[in-house]
Design a protein around this ligand. Sequence first.
Ligand code: PLP
Length: 377
Amino acid sequence: MIYFDNAATTLPYKEVVDTYKKTCIESFYNPSATYHPAFNLFKDLSAARKTIIRFLGGDIDNDNIIFTSGATESDNLAIFGSCFNKNKKYLFSVGEHPAVFNSAMELKNRGYNVQLINLQKNGQIDYADLESKCDENVCFVSIMSVNNETGAINDLEKIRNIIDKKSPNSVFHVDAVQGFGKIDLNVKKCKINLLSMSGHKIHGLKGVGALYISKGTRLKNINYGGGQEFNLRSGTINYPGIISFLKATQISFENMQENYTKVLGLKEYLLEQLNNLNFKNLHIVSDKTYSPYIVSLFFEGNRGETIMRYLDSKNILVGTGSACSSSKVGNRVLENMKYTQKQILGAIRISFCASNAKSEIDNLISELKYYLANINA
Ligand code: PLP
């Protein structure tokens, strides 16, 4: 099986699964209990928070990490935990993953003043639109680091500068799911207040993620229970999940540069081979400025869904749109980038990890060639 859908989820590292198995048996205690084996687990959790904060460039003595069930929960906690005042403005980019976008729509339904920032043709947010919507009434801005459908990378430092100039007291939330462990992210440099992460996008396990919180950021709990995780996320702490998330984080950060170079080589090779296809209706959305991990492209006049099914029958797995929004393939992102419906219908997404190989790309290209010449003829 050739797997090119790593933006949807990744194969867990063996070390991650081994860590999970070991901790499930040997460290099964409830970390909130007060006897000594449980207390030791509690200490491990504190160390895990510091390690993750350090990888993000944060302040290990003052910032915090709340462990969650994944980025959807982290995004929900960041957004609903930050809404204190219906007279203030809350800004979100149109390109956000449904975990953020649908939370923003719910916030609007609840009577909050929600405004959307458009995207540019290059997939990044429209910085001028952000600037025009920022004022002293804005209290919250949520903009992702890397778009999960196109791989577009937002300039977080530039965004923070705009926010600082016009809305200096705003909380800045970043959904960093597709950037965490893959590209440089520095919470201090960009003065990020809240940052969402997910384990299963970095070869960790599904069902575990985290929310980074910078010192002094005001956040309220959105669920109620035993008061775990500094009273911000009640529920028995998933120690094995968290320690295996830590393992995936460590491996990803320690190999980030090497993996980036490898994946960049794969993307360049893919684009070169696609170019050689000389298919006049092929358009590459994700050019050199995008993350190398995600390549969005379309064959205008074809159906991406049909291409995906054909490749699937050949044991090559690619994505169409956003696979994490299971019930509805969203084209909100490509539409806002001003692609036509006909173009969007032909879109597929190829997303890499460092263990993909050029020979797999060769297989993909030869199947695409066959499909376009024979099946779609
Ligand atoms: N945010 C982004 C940008 C994503 O790509 C995803 C999943 O694809 C999520 C949030 C949701 O993450 P999780 O599956 O951990 O809830």
